[in-house]
Write a protein that binds this ligand. Structure first.
Ligand code: NAP
Length: 318
């Protein structure tokens, strides 16, 4: 086994990502080394480069050395600690965690704990799996905080993004009814996933949304600058929740003092990845890959994701 691996990194937010070699580290208890076959790009990957609370946290609890962003990956276990419950040759999907001192997933291989991975059945490909972790775990977390169940209603703000599409598809087998807000070009897609589509480029979204409500979950994947809390609150059913995944400083008082407003974090681990893999294997989750880039072109992948128009996922293939 060579003693180094390749990672995509940059010295500053403005300098483009480039591939460099870094030394391998030995495995610790319960860790596995995974040869990465596909990496799912999430907006948090490029947000981390320019600062924000996660970058701040990374400085204190993350690994030292170059900043390697990226969370989601799929690949094959090539080395396993003796006490790890995954064996060499296992096909897995997983997520890195800098709070455990791990480098990110923009790499030819990653080292993670066994409970950060789920096994993939032979029918599920690496590319499809790499689309899942953060968007899927985030959707499941929103369902958890809103106690979503059959017959309840969801308003998905940002329905055609990775989180939105995962939410639409995962809500379906639960028997929840979803209204998805998207632009004209994505109305057909959102409708095809069983949701009622509302086009934010035409008409008054909140007025139209009210006609289909009230909602047990208003899931805001765009931000309160675009979809303000004051406009969302009247849409809630009794006991309903507004789940925010894009949080501004101005949202903090509402999160602290209004029990209906929750800031949520999608943290993939084996417990939430297993049902996602099962849903993918059953065909309840479909994969939409908008673009694929080699790891050496991670910078272009970030430019595309930053444009805010991606439908589904952007993948990196090391
Ligand atoms: N807290 C967490 O745990 C967590 C987890 C995952 C993601 N996030 C954050 O959540 C956001 C969404 O993530 P993502 O992965 O779904 O992003 P994404 O896939 O890049 O989302 C892009 C989509 O957003 C849609 N969009 C843009 N403006 C919109 C608007 N005004 N109304 C409705 N839709 C709009 C675009 O569709 P149109 O072209 O149709 O507008 C596009 O399809 C990101 O900011 C990300 O950082 C947070």
């Amino acid at each position: 086994m060579p003693d180094s691996l390749s990672v995509a990194t940059s010295a500053s937010a403005t300098e483009p990502l480039r591939v460099v070699s870094v030394p391998r580290r030995p495995l610790e208890a319960r860790e596995v080394r995974v040869k990465v076959a596909a990496i799912g790009v999430n907006p948090v990957d490029w947000k981390m480069r320019s600062g924000g609370p996660l970058r701040f946290l990374h400085r204190f609890v993350g690994p030292s050395g170059p900043l390697v962003v990226g969370v989601d990956f799929a690949g094959e276990v090539i080395e396993a600690a003796p006490d790890a419950d995954l064996k060499v040759g296992a096909r897995v999907v997983g997520a890195t965690d800098f709070s455990r001192g791990q480098l990110g997933s923009y790499a030819t291989e990653v080292v993670v704990r066994d409970d950060q991975c789920a096994l993939l059945p032979a029918t599920v490909g690496f590319e499809a799996a790499a689309c899942l972790p953060v968007p899927g775990a985030t959707a499941l977390r929103a369902f958890e905080v809103s106690k979503l169940s059959a017959g309840k209603r969801v308003l998905m703000l940002g329905a055609s993004g990775a989180v939105g599409l995962a939410t639409l598809e995962l809500a379906r087998p639960l028997g929840a009814r979803v209204v998805g807000v998207c632009s004209t070009r994505n109305v057909a897609l959102v409708t095809s996933l069983g949701a009622t589509a509302l086009d934010y480029t035409r008409g008054e979204v909140f007025k139209e949304a009210a006609a289909h409500g009230p909602y047990h979950l208003v899931f805001n994947a765009v931000g309160t600058d675009r979809y303000p809390l004051a406009a969302c609150r009247p849409l809630l059913a009794p006991g309903g929740v507004i789940a925010l995944i894009v949080v501004r400083g101005a949202d903090v008082p509402a999160i602290a003092f209004d029990g209906r407003v929750k800031s949520i974090l999608g943290r993939p681990n084996r417990k939430n990845l297993e049902p996602l893999v099962a849903a993918l294997a059953r065909g309840e989750l479909t994969t939409r890959v908008e673009a694929r880039f080699p790891l050496a072109e991670a910078e272009q992948a970030h430019r595309l994701s930053e444009g805010g128009k991606v439908v589904g996922k952007v993948l990196l293939l090391p």
